[in-house]
Design a protein. Structure first.
Length: 357
């Protein structure tokens, strides 16, 4: 008998259910007797002992369903060691609940913050296996995270729709794509949607270079310009500020996000109308794309294999087209960012895309 705890933590994404289904199906199909404890709403469920017992049937029919059947929440790692409002030691509470239920292991699905806590629990002696989820694809130790391709599809569709209206009206359009820290989603959706300018956190922009690129397009006879802007895009001047100074600037800013600031600056410098579209959380919603269904199912099955072998302390990741197990200590606390000198950026520039640098 294996007693498995399972939780999904952090911002949700597509294919969380597909991944959990993969874990459970692979365990059950091996003939292993399994008890599954589904902790509700991320680490909160483990802290407060809020769980429901699940069977194989609960994982039937969820391959194509977005969101997570367990619910999710953000439990910031930076406060995980602080007592809660009632003085409860959260780390000790998680350990106690794990031991009280006599779990053999905990399966944790999450992104960066989630992996820091998962690694802490490993250090505290719990058996943990993790799966890499996030639409940002910024998790260290894996070339790909599930949720990413589905989000690329949605953001691309948004840019495609903007393309037709932009062409009709001869306007400048900005599409703001999710990603506060990294630009994988914006770069991929931007390239797939034929954006003319792409702004990502890894390449600080100069507004004059953006205006130059817009004017160059006009000279070449183009009536419109599409700019894909990551939530975390940053100007060259702002990139020089300390984290604190930049935070202060954002708090005082009259713009709801960087896209609106870029739009206002383009209007001021060119006199041209600029429209901003923010697809926001739609990028994390809906049914996973076929790639993510297959990918998450494979990762889940491999996690099941690790559990059957009693190999714990790993994230199941994907590197060089192979599914691999990555030690949690190698993942936790690191961010995978786009390299501005990477071939994909160079190729995008060869296609005439401006990064405003
Ligand atoms: O989970 C990743 C992500 O979707 C980022 O792309 C985005 O910046 C952030 O979460 C949004 O967070 P929240 O859902 O808490 O607003």
């Amino acid at each position: 008998m294996k007693r498995i705890g399972m939780l999904t933590s952090g911002g949700d994404c597509q294919a969380l259910n597909a991944a959990m289904r993969g874990v459970v199906k692979s365990l059950l199909n091996s003939g292993q007797d399994v008890e599954i404890y589904g902790f509700l709403n991320g680490y909160r469920g483990l802290i407060y002992g809020d769980f429901k017992m699940l069977t194989g049937r609960d994982f039937s029919g969820i391959l194509t369903v977005g969101g997570t059947i367990l619910g999710s929440s953000r439990t910031p790692f930076k406060t995980i060691k602080d007592p809660d409002e009632n003085g409860l030691n959260k780390v000790e509470a998680m350990k106690q609940n794990y031991h009280k239920l006599q779990l053999d292991c905990l399966v944790v699905l999450g992104g960066n913050g989630t992996h820091k806590t998962a690694n802490l629990l490993r250090e505290e002696g719990l058996n943990v296996v993790t799966l890499p989820k996030t639409i940002d694809n910024d998790l260290y130790g894996t070339d790909m995270t599930f949720g990413f391709q589905s989000a690329v599809d949605i953001a691309t569709e948004c840019i495609d729709c903007i393309h037709t209206t932009a062409a009709s009206h001869g306007r400048i359009f900005i599409v703001e794509v999710m990603g506060h820290k990294v630009g994988y989603l914006t770069l991929n959706a931007g390239m797939a949607g034929g954006a003319d300018i792409i702004l990502i956190p890894e390449i600080p922009y100069d507004i004059d270079k953006i205006v130059e690129a817009v004017k160059q397009r006009e000279k070449n006879g183009s009536k419109f310009t599409i700019i894909a802007v990551a939530e975390g895009a940053i100007s060259k001047e702002d990139a020089k500020l300390s984290k604190k100074e930049y935070q202060k600037k954002l708090e005082k800013s009259k713009y709801p996000s960087v896209s609106y600031e870029v739009a206002a600056q383009i209007l001021e410098k060119t006199g041209q109308e600029v429209r901003v579209t923010v697809p926001g959380h739609t990028q994390r919603g809906g049914s996973p794309c076929p790639y993510d269904r297959v990918f998450a199912s494979r990762l889940g099955a491999e996690a099941g294999k690790l559990i059957l072998k009693g190999e714990y302390g790993f994230m199941v990741g994907y590197r060089n087209r192979e599914i691999v197990k990555v030690p949690l200590e190698d993942v936790a606390g690191k961010l995978k960012m786009l390299d501005p000198d990477s071939t994909i950026i160079k190729e995008a520039k060869m296609l005439g895309i401006s990064f405003g640098d």
